[in-house]
Design a protein around this ligand. Structure first.
Ligand SMILES: Cc1cc2nc3c(=O)[nH]c(=O)nc-3n(C[C@H](O)[C@H](O)[C@H](O)COP(=O)(O)OP(=O)(O)OC[C@H]3O[C@@H](n4cnc5c(N)ncnc54)[C@H](O)[C@@H]3O)c2cc1C
Length: 230
């Protein structure tokens, strides 16, 4: 079954909407309504957690994603129950930037950037849009790979479900900086307090052991060694 791509949509608002689903109820000071923060969090990662209720039970699966200005794309096997489409989902992207070690255990925390997207994804069945979505997904994780590796053939496309989730209804939280108990009574305890930063970097490419030795690492992969991820 194929369907036409959705009609052209107006651009998304620069501010994230406050809806019943996205309104922060706790730790509100960590919330951001700036869509640019959402974009930056999505661009800094490529793995999300997709939450969906399947057969009456919650199921949260890690999965890769890609995005354009309006849609978050998710893909997988046509047999995936989490990719049924037309069901409400919640997608979370999390970057951990460090531990926040306070004087009291109660005040311990995490420095982070996280995004939550709510919506009902549509299954992309239009062949042209499906290829565009899969390219977006591939290029999001590994820029340059779509034009380097073999692209999906008809059989592979038929075995792949592609979902598009609108980026309209989304929320962001960001925590940075020192522990919160530096000016409270626990400051007198003489306990060390501060942050322990956490970063991820890409390692050196490891060739497949069966790869002929005359095939070089392509530039778009080699250049990522040592680059920060997240
Ligand atoms: C790595 C990490 C570790 C955390 N550890 C803890 C912890 O141990 N204890 C704890 O209480 N909290 C923790 N948080 C914060 C947690 O994610 C929630 O924001 C917080 O607990 C409030 O939850 P709630 O159920 O009251 O959400 P509510 O405020 O009721 O959520 C309402 C809406 O706000 C939005 N929202 C909520 N949380 C987030 C978020 N993190 N990012 C983007 N949008 C969000 C969603 O759209 C949600 O539907 C952690 C966050 C991260 C990223």
């Amino acid at each position: 079954m194929t369907s036409s791509p959705p009609p052209a949509q107006p651009p998304l608002s620069a501010d994230l909407p406050r809806t019943d689903l996205t309104r922060h109820r706790r730790l509100r000071e960590q919330g951001s309504l700036d869509r640019a923060d959402l974009d930056a969090i999505l661009d800094a990662g490529f793995v999300c957690h997709l939450g969906v209720v399947v057969d009456g039970r919650p199921l949260v699966v890690p999965t890769v994603y890609g995005r354009d200005e309006r849609w978050l794309y998710l893909h997988g096997s046509v047999a995936s129950r989490s990719l049924a489409g037309d069901l409400p989902v919640c997608v979370t992207v999390t970057h951990v930037d460090g531990l926040v070690l306070a004087r009291s255990v109660f005040e311990h925390g995490v420095n982070y950037r996280s995004a939550v997207i709510h919506g009902v994804p549509r299954e992309v069945t239009d062949p042209d849009e499906k290829l565009v979505g899969l390219r977006t997904l591939t290029e999001h994780a590994t820029p340059g790979q779509w034009s380097y590796a073999r692209r999906p053939n008809r059989k592979e496309l038929a075995a792949t479900t592609l979902l598009a989730l609108s980026l309209e209804e989304a929320s962001v939280k960001i925590r940075t900086g020192a522990p919160d108990d530096g000016d409270g009574p626990d400051a007198e305890l003489g306990v060390w307090a501060g942050t322990l930063p956490l970063t991820s970097t890409w390692g050196a490419p490891v060739p497949d052991p069966v790869l002929p030795p005359d095939i070089p690492v392509p530039e778009h992969i080699a250049r990522r060694e040592g680059a920060r991820q997240g």
